[in-house]
Design a protein around this ligand. Structure first.
Ligand SMILES: [Zn+2]
Length: 472
């Protein structure tokens, strides 16, 4: 679909929806939220059309797009790290200056997206199509949609002329989606000066639960599991498959994997997870509610424990996990390989001693022929704090918008860029500005037909704007 056609579609689809969901009259700060929503939808379409599938990333094109928008608005902005990140890649930084007084807050997203296979999509994933009340495309949720909500909220702040006590920083990083990604790592390492006055980073990892149109709870991601993935390698003697060979490395690898498949780390309740369950307990009734109010006690009760662990996300919150994923050995039936290897996706709760955990795995696999190597560089641990002005600002905003909604701190079982910012003393929280039904949320997690409702973009921009104002 051409740009012109998709813009026309946007106008026709948006017009009736906006009148229902946003005031078109300027508000006290002189802002026209209906116009800002239309602007955000147009910018998101444009951003999605810049294909930043990683690999190769091509984030430089995304950074140039962002720079044009900030330049137009007269907000200082820089494209950074092009040499360090390699051809076609870049980080991006912009800053809206206040009068000082309080430390800065940084809105951080990543420019790259995961691949999308056109065959499984209803629409072209890189056309930025606006249709049926949604903006469709790879990145609509993860993470270009939120990036645009950050961006337009900043434009709105600038245009409102409100005096800021905190500078508002906007950062777009390259290369987040691949394991071992370097975008944020390079940014933090090279630009500590730009981050010196930053108190908070607002990033991804949180999600809000909506059922039948009602927002039940907001989450704020404050902690993250550590990726401690390992490769197991066994060397042996290669040969022809027709001859018996006891030094076939596969024979040593299989029992090691069999033992690891049965390994189960002990259940561990961290303070963030305990509070998460306590906060969401009111969504449940009867004994389930009691169990969640005191998960520590519930885990000693067989029925309660079985119920809690039957949810894979909750299970991941409560223990270190080891999953066997990649297997490599011979690629020919008649060839005994010289080497066999396996990769383990290992996620550790914050606070885990990595050396001790590795020692416990080695006890499960006592065979000295099995060599262990760390696959990715370890990020800093991210484990709270929860008692922050940013967390409280989300709580206040949640209560205003959705009376009765709960606000819970979250442990991210996967990985985000948040831990990269932690060594600089910055407090990073994942905050989700969108209002997505659970099914949409799931699709956003690298699925097909990723899309975000136009109404959510409008309310998302407003959410970020209100959050930034409330932090002033
Ligand atoms: Zn993401």
């Amino acid at each position: 679909m051409s740009d012109r056609v998709s813009r026309l579609v946007a106008v026709f689809v948006l017009a009736p929806m906006l009148s229902a969901h946003a005031q078109s009259r300027p508000t006290f700060d002189g802002l026209d939220w209906s116009a800002l929503t239309t602007e955000a939808v147009g910018l998101l379409s444009e951003y999605i059309r810049i294909n930043t599938t990683n690999p190769p990333g091509n984030e430089l094109a995304g950074a140039r797009f962002l720079k044009r928008v900030f330049d137009r608005e007269g907000i200082e902005a820089q494209i950074l790290d092009t040499t360090e990140l390699g051809v076609g890649r870049a980080n991006f930084y912009a800053r809206l200056r206040g009068r000082g007084g309080k430390r800065a807050v940084a809105l951080v997203h990543h420019i790259d997206v995961v691949p999308a296979d056109r065959r499984f999509w209803t629409v072209d994933p890189f056309a930025g199509i606006v249709q049926d009340g949604y903006v469709w495309g790879r990145g609509a949720i993860d993470f270009k949609g939120q990036g645009i909500a950050h961006l337009v909220a900043m434009l709105a702040l600038k245009r409102s002329g409100i005096a800021l006590t905190r500078d508002v920083v906007f950062i777009a990083n390259a290369d987040e989606e691949l394991l071992g990604a370097r975008g944020a790592a390079v940014f933090v390492q090279r630009h500590a000066d730009l981050l010196r006055d930053v108190e908070y980073v607002i990033n991804e990892g949180a999600w809000n639960r909506i059922e039948n149109g009602r927002l039940l709870f907001y989450s704020v991601a404050v902690a993250e599991k550590m990726n401690f993935s390992q490769r197991l390698t066994v060397r042996g003697t290669p040969g022809h498959g027709s001859r018996p060979n006891n030094d076939n490395p596969v024979l040593a690898l299989l029992p090691a994997l069999d033992s690891l498949a049965r390994f189960e780390a002990p259940l561990t309740l961290t303070p963030v997870v305990a509070r998460y369950f306590r906060e969401i307990a009111p969504m449940y009734g009867g004994e389930q509610r009691q169990w969640l109010e005191d998960v520590g006690a519930a885990l000693t009760n067989d029925r309660a424990r079985a119920w809690i662990l039957s949810d894979p996300a909750w299970h991941a919150y409560l223990r270190n996990t080891v999953q066997i994923t990649v297997l490599t050995a011979s690629d020919k039936t008649n060839l005994v390989p010289a080497e066999a290897s396996a990769e383990l996706d290992i996620r550790l709760l914050p606070g885990t001693d990595t050396a001790m955990f590795l020692a416990s795995l080695r006890r499960v696999v006592p065979d000295p022929r099995v060599k262990w190597t760390r696959i990715f560089p370890v990020k800093s641990a991210l484990d709270g704090p929860m008692e922050t002005d940013l967390f409280r600002a989300v709580e206040r905003l949640a209560r205003e918008r959705d009376p009765g909604a709960l606000v819970a701190p979250l442990l991210v079982p996967g990985g985000t860029d948040m831990p990269w910012y932690r060594p600089l003393g910055i407090i990073a929280h994942g905050v989700d500005p969108f209002r997505l039904e659970r099914s949409e949320q799931q699709r956003g997690l690298h699925g097909n037909d990723e899309r975000v409702p136009v109404t959510s973009i409008g309310s998302g921009v407003r959410f970020v704007y209100d959050l930034l104002r409330s932090l002033q």
